[in-house]
Design a protein around this ligand. Structure first.
Ligand code: PLP
Length: 368
């Protein structure tokens, strides 16, 4: 068999360690996964309660247009229903964007490190990837704009950026949109939107009327806690959605995911609760880092990117042996770091004391 040339140089996505795997390996009973920025507080109890009622008529295909969810999201965002596209996670919307706009001879501009699926999908389409180093965890927007040329089709902005957590403020976003050519799609991935505290954060949905080349991505996987159901969406002007829709699978989101997402949107109390707990636990972690002298990047998300004096793999291994799965920076492009999802208060207190122990061992020369 002869696969596409490019695929020979690529490998499948390597997820963080799985809970069952670690249980077996270390003989531990309780494992806490703080590696993929999932919601440590679960998902809306309303969804949980209603879930058994959502499984009727599974013999039928889902509504390929997601009409009910579409209307719900359109109302919530005050956009027209034709401005939305739903995906099997926003991952799939990324894939649809790449299928639609990228091919050999085109290029696409993104930060590095950033969410890996932009590059992954763009490579499969044969596009040239132009990556621009982050500065202190932030997008270097000037350098990114410098990379845009006649062949550029998509510019990716991840805000807050995964894996660093740093955001793009309103002035910066407007500057990019005003200077980027109108035939370059500017994708603003807001997977962590519900966690944002910053006052200078832009209301990007509100800018869609003004910028025909802006697209915003959101997901139910992070604050809404529905990562296992796989549902996310993109918002843009209708003309953009019309371009994308032919590249979408006809029944790409499931009946259950659509129904659960509608219920989840109605339970904003869960989101407020999640937001508050994240703010409090994140600030406590930042305070802890300040106290023990560890630097970290600014974060508007539900994770903190902590800079270390040693390889992230070392702290990763130490925490793993204590039952905590985190993400080592080795896998994320900044080797001396870890990315830590903000967990429950109790887990964060445990993990902080384990980090403290580890750093003491390190300073005593017991860890090299
Ligand atoms: C988690 C994540 C996504 C993907 O979310 P799904 O909707 O689960 O596919 C997209 N973008 C960023 C930046 C993420 O961190």
């Amino acid at each position: 068999m002869k696969a596409k040339e490019i695929l020979k140089q690529m490998s499948p996505y390597k997820p963080g360690k799985q809970i069952e795997e670690v249980k077996k390996e270390y003989g531990l009973k309780n494992i806490v996964k703080l590696a993929s920025n999932e919601n440590p507080f679960g998902f809306s109890p309303v969804v949980k309660k209603e879930l058994p009622n959502l499984i009727s008529q599974l013999e039928l295909y889902p509504d390929g247009y997601s009409a009910a969810l579409r209307d719900k999201v359109a109302e919530k965002l005050s956009v027209d229903p034709t401005q939305l596209i739903f995906g099997n996670g926003s991952d799939e919307v990324v894939q649809i964007i790449c299928r639609t706009f990228l091919e050999r001879g085109t290029n696409t501009v993104m930060a590095t490190p950033t969410f890996p699926q932009y590059k992954h999908n763009a490579l499969i389409e044969g596009a040239e990837i132009r990556e621009v180093q982050l500065v202190e965890g932030y997008h270097d927007l000037e350098a990114m704009l410098d990379q845009v040329d006649e062949q550029t089709r998509v510019l990716w902005l991840c805000s807050p950026n995964n894996p660093t957590g740093a955001h793009i403020n309103e002035t910066q976003l407007l500057n990019v949109l005003d200077r980027c050519p109108e035939d370059v799609l500017v994708v603003l991935d807001e997977a962590y939107y519900e966690y944002i505290e910053a006052e200078d954060y832009p209301d990007a949905i509100n800018l869609l009327d003004r910028y025909p080349n802006l697209m915003v991505l959101r997901t139910f996987s992070k604050a809404y806690g529905l990562a296992g159901l796989r549902i996310g969406y993109g918002v843009a002007q209708s003309a953009v959605i019309e371009q994308l829709d032919p590249a979408r699978e006809p029944f790409n989101t499931s009946t259950i995911a659509q129904a659960a997402a509608i219920l989840a949107l109605d339970d904003q109390k869960f989101i407020e609760d999640t937001f508050k707990r994240n703010v409090s636990n994140k600030h406590a972690l930042m305070e802890f880092c300040n106290e023990i002298g560890l630097n970290y990047y600014d974060s508007e998300a539900n994770f903190l990117f902590i800079l270390l004096p040693m390889s992230g793999d070392q702290l990763f291994q130490h925490l793993l042996s204590k039952g905590y799965i985190v993400r080592s920076g080795e896998a994320l492009g900044i080797p001396k770091s870890i990315r830590l999802t903000i967990g429950s208060k109790e887990d964060m207190e445990h993990i902080q004391s384990e980090i403290k122990n580890f750093m003491e061992l390190y300073h005593a020369g017991a860890v090299r």
